[in-house]
Design a protein around this ligand. Sequence first.
Ligand code: PGA
Length: 249
Amino acid sequence: MAKLLVGNWKMNGLKASLAEASLIAASAAAAKSHAIQLAICPPATLLASLSEAVSGTGLLTGAQDCHEKVSGAHTGDISAAMIQDAGGYFVIVGHSERRADHHETSAVVRAKAQAGLDAGLVPIICVGETRAEREAGQAEAIVLGQVDGSVPDTFPAEGLVIAYEPVWAIGTGLVPSAVDVAAMHRAIHQRLVDRFGSAGASVRLLYGGSVNGGNAGELLHLDHVDGALVGGASLTADGFLKILHAIQE
Ligand code: PGA
């Protein structure tokens, strides 16, 4: 399975940021020769222009959320078909910032993932425990519960991605131990195989939360860690490509 490095720009980026994406795109072909796929999920305002700017380079793009409905009276929302129309390949759903800021439950996340699949996108479903949940010894139960509730019943082989992102590791510089990351990824993989068989085994599992050029080498070589979802370090080509170089070695 090719490794997948996805940059999540969150609410960052103006037109000037397209230059960073173009610098990242210039490394996409070399990454591919090392079986590494690169993607950037910019804010919705930049998705069409960024997708056009990097078209043909091998750098994929995606959105950070979608509405669960196809169209209609939902002011301010964006449908999966619009993302596809703007050149997107992925759609991130259920990021912990959306689960927290917009009260998105796993049922809502599942409906959004389904909408993404229906539009031909590859959903990246985010799951992860809070610090309090980990300290209470509940991390695995919480995460597997989110996996159960957020993953639709059917999806094409390799057509779904899950990102394990401990909430306490996002944007904090804190990263779980390699042992803890490996254990969680093994548990998620097993849960998906139990429910979906070989299709479950084809789901790529990303780690996310304070990934940078210094820790990516160790994290991304763990079993069942098929790539990373990167926030802060993806905002500059320099930061993102440091991660690429760390895992290419
Ligand atoms: P971070 O964000 O890399 O800045 O911790 C990761 C994410 O939220 O996807």
